[in-house]
Ligand binder design. Structure first.
Ligand SMILES: NC(=O)c1ccc[n+]([C@@H]2O[C@H](COP(=O)([O-])OP(=O)(O)OC[C@H]3O[C@@H](n4cnc5c(N)ncnc54)[C@H](O)[C@@H]3O)[C@@H](O)[C@H]2O)c1
Length: 331
């Protein structure tokens, strides 16, 4: 397969490595707004660097869009117009209207667009979902979700990030829908600036929490933050009438028990998303290539991205107005 990679930054370089190791991929063409980045990543994986239009014009069997967020919608449109199946990193766009337009275009054209919510391919989340679906957990009473980044991003990242709910918690919102198979009824979000004043200067927070009620009545509690000195902490706990399980709780979880006799976590804790989800990123790309070959269903559609965005927007509104907000208010 000939695969085009559009965007050769942090996550683009990671996807390039995964593609290079895949036996279905014979050729990788790399394009980036910054030609030096494209060349560096192409050289690392034995691919070829070129302009974006040349990559799209070279007749690739698939494209992987990993450019900065504002480039996603135009690149998705270019792939759809050229009839090339695409994988695109989250989000489709930060704005609701632009996202809806892209989702409509993708759905009406019948194009393939898989979105990069890699937690759906993580072994722990997958096992929790299996247990929910088989009924092994019984009635789902409540869910606890957490995403705590080790270090805040640089200040210049914040204004265009969309804020903590669209940027960081979007993965929690997606996984909540996916794990439970249900939809969100209401979000009550809060947040504050506890460590880094520049978040306040951009109308954002560095510490966040939300109470979420699902349409079937299950409740979820979410916490997050931009600074965890112990490492990258992403977890979920699902409490049911028959059993309760934890995802992301292992010897590298950056959390230590203070109970007597409990062993300390192994060092090093997960330092970043690349290490925590290395296997999940590989599995999602493997799955995408199977979708391209017509051997698998698209597991994470454009509409899933829109639904996660609506929950994030409800959380934003809730934070602003200090009241519970339904995602249906957003649209
Ligand atoms: N799924 C995940 O866990 C995950 C993790 C990190 C980032 N992301 C998403 O991936 C995207 C990229 O994030 P990153 O951390 O790699 O950012 P980055 O800044 O490291 O890289 C972005 C790259 O895109 C390039 N670029 C900008 N505009 C472009 C255009 N019009 N055409 C082609 N290339 C262009 C930049 O030159 C840069 O090389 C973001 O949308 C982000 O939300 C997802």
């Amino acid at each position: 397969m000939k695969v085009g990679l559009l965007g050769a930054g942090r996550i683009g370089a990671l996807h390039a490595g995964v593609l290079a190791r895949d036996e279905d991929v014979d050729e990788i063409l790399v394009g980036d707004a910054d030609p030096e980045r494209a060349e560096a990543v192409a050289a690392e994986v034995g691919g070829e660097a070129g302009k974006i239009e040349d990559v799209l014009g070279a007749g690739p069997d698939a494209v992987v869009i990993a450019a900065s967020t504002p480039a996603h919608a135009p690149l998705i449109r270019a792939a759809v117009d050229a009839g090339i199946p695409a994988f695109c990193e989250k989000p489709i766009a930060l704005g609701y209207e632009e996202t809806v337009e892209v989702v409509d275009e993708v759905e009406s054209s019948g194009a393939t667009l898989q979105i990069g919510f890699q937690r759906r391919f993580d072994a722990g989340y997958s096992e929790a979902k299996r247990l929910v679906e088989t009924g092994a957990l019984g009635t789902i009473y409540s869910i606890r979700l957490a995403t705590h980044d080790p270090e805040p991003p640089p200040e210049e990242y914040i204004p265009a990030s969309g804020g903590i709910f669209r940027d960081l918690h979007i993965h929690d919102f997606d996984i909540l829908r996916w794990l439970t198979g249900g939809e969100v009824d209401e979000v009550y979000a809060t947040g504050s600036v506890r460590g880094f004043d520049f978040f306040a200067e951009h109308g954002d927070v560095d510490t966040s929490a939300a109470l979420i009620t699902m349409i079937d009545g299950a409740v979820a509690v979410l916490t997050g933050g931009r600074h965890d000195p112990l490492g990258y902490d992403v977890r979920a706990e699902v409490f049911g009438s028959k059993d309760s399980v934890a995802v992301g709780l292992d010897r590298r979880t950056p959390l230590r028990s203070v109970e007597p006799g409990m062993p300390s976590p192994e060092k090093p804790a997960y330092p970043n998303f690349q290490e925590r989800f290395a296997d999940a990123y590989a599995a999602e790309m493997r799955h995408f290539l199977s979708v391209v070959k017509g051997e698998a269903e698209n597991p994470c559609t454009a509409r899933d991205a829109l639904e996660a965005l609506r929950i994030a927007m409800a959380a934003d509104l809730s934070l602003d107005e200090h009241r519970p907000v339904s995602p249906s208010e957003v649209a």
